[in-house]
Every structure is written in C-alpha cells, then in structure tokens.
Ligand binder design. Structure first.
Ligand SMILES: N[C@@H](CCC(=O)N[C@@H](CS)C(=O)NCC(=O)O)C(=O)O
Length: 251
C-alpha cells in the first residue's frame, strides 16, 4: 500500500493512476468514518493506495471541502475510487456503500453464514445510522486522554448513557467467542473498531466482556497500524477539539 498526502487535490493534475483502488481519508486521529474501510481493507489484505485529505475545516471554501467535492458531491471522507478498465471507473462516497462494493469483489467482508451475514449487516447499519449522541459528545480523538471530560459528559447527557447501553445490548450476543464478532474479522468489526477508541479516550464504562472485545479489536494488526499513524500525526485541529486547549497540547 502506498501513501500520499494532498492539500489541494481540487487543483491537482498529476494524480497517479497506476494503482487500481484509492481510498481518500481524513486525519487519522479524528476521522472515525475513514477508519472503517481503511482497517477493513488493511485487515483483509485488500490492496489500495491511501490518500489523505487533511481536515482544515468543513466550510464550503475549505481546502478539504474543495478537494472532496471535486471527487464526489457528498464532499465527505471516506471516498473509494476504483478506476476499472478502459477509462471506466467509479467513485464511492459513504462507508456502507464502500463496504458493499468491496463485498462484491472480495471474500470475507461479510461472515459466510447466511444468518450471521444478516446480523452483521444490522450491526453496521445501526452504527451507520445511529449513535448520534456518542458521536456528538465523544468525537474520536485517539491521542487524547480525557477521563474528567468523560465523567462530565456521562452526568450531563442521558442520551449518551442510553447509547452506551445500546452498544452493550447490540454487541452482547457476539462477545462470547475467542475471536471477533462473527469469528473471523468482518465489516462488523471494522464498523465498531472506531467506537472502541472514544470508550478509551473518555474512560467510558463498559462490561468486562466488551472490554475484552475492545482490547482484541484494538490489537488487530490494521487497527494497531491506524492508531500508530494517528499518534504520529501530531496535527492539533481546534475545530475537532471541543475539550482541549491547543496551546497545551501537542502542537
Ligand atoms: N455517511 C458518511 C459520513 C462520512 C462523514 O461524515 N465523514 C466526515 C469525516 S469523519 C466528514 O467528511 N465530514 C465533513 C463534513 O461533515 O462536512 C459515511 O458513512 O461515510
């Protein structure tokens, strides 16, 4: 897998078209949506080129928005670009759509068993469409450690507490095994891995079974690599930091 960083993709004319699939992602410390297809592809050994579009803000005239809009009107990351043959190609925004696209070409994205597959899809769809309080109160911030903030958020936001209960209830049937949610690594693990990082960052409560799964999924090779890359970024972005003061942080 090769790596590139771009800041003004919208104006770039020399994009390398030699690699079949490109995954456009945001900052690894902050972009939980980008993390999902990245860890999925990486863990399953699907080759891709990673292109980071740095978050500089989400205003319409930000470099991030200009670059992402040039790729797809959704103007969000992740975006998967697959060139296909003879100038055909596809640009896919949205993690679920990317996951289904990959599943049409690669084994192992969804569990093998018919019923497991349906249940894995429910888990992914529920994560994709829900958990708005967790997302809003506890944005992913891999390198931060915010126990006091976490305690305050739990006291002030009943919706956050309810979503943590929902997380436990949703995953409970799948936490007995020694492996991942459906045995082998699947899209379900990739969709839930990013949520395991705020549980750590904000010291949120969880059952011992969920904590065991958290350790397992964070120790998966792909997740470990993503986290190591995130820790190396050292790119403090105030608009992604509701709780910290940049002057006291890493940059
Ligand atoms: N439904 C999209 C959501 C993607 C998303 O919101 N990504 C964030 C980065 S983690 C983003 O690009 N935000 C830019 C914005 O909100 O304008 C997906 O599943 O991929």
């Amino acid at each position: 897998m090769t790596k590139a960083t771009i800041h003004e993709l919208a104006f770039a004319t020399d994009i390398d078209h030699t690699v079949a699939m490109k995954l456009y992602i945001g900052n690894k410390n902050y972009s939980s949506w980008s993390m999902r297809p990245w860890v999925l592809m990486r863990q399953l050994g699907i080759d891709f080129e990673e292109v980071m579009i740095r978050f500089d803000g989400f205003e319409p005239d930000s470099a991030f928005k200009i670059a992402t809009r040039a790729l797809h009107p959704a103007a969000t990351v992740p975006i998967l670009e697959d060139e296909g043959l003879e100038d055909e190609g596809v640009v896919i925004a949205d993690t679920l759509a990317i996951t289904e696209y990959l599943a049409e070409r690669h084994d192992g994205i969804w569990p093998q068993d018919h019923f497991d597959r349906a249940e894995a899809r429910v888990l992914c769809a529920t994560m994709h469409a829900g958990f708005s309080a967790l997302r809003a109160c506890c944005p992913m911030n891999i390198e931060a450690d915010l126990p006091k903030v976490g305690a305050r958020l739990l006291a002030d936001h009943p919706a956050l507490v309810a979503e943590l209960d929902l997380l436990e209830d949703l995953l409970a049937p799948y936490l007995d095994g020694e492996g991942f949610l459906f045995g082998g690594y699947s899209a379900a693990d990739a969709f839930y891995a990013p949520v395991m990082t705020p549980l750590k960052t904000y010291h949120l409560p969880m059952s011992s079974r969920l904590a065991t799964y958290q350790s397992r999924v964070l120790a998966a090779e792909a997740t470990k690599t993503w986290i190591a890359d995130a820790l190396e970024e050292r790119d403090f972005l105030p608009f992604e930091e509701p709780y910290r003061d940049g002057s006291k942080s890493n940059k």
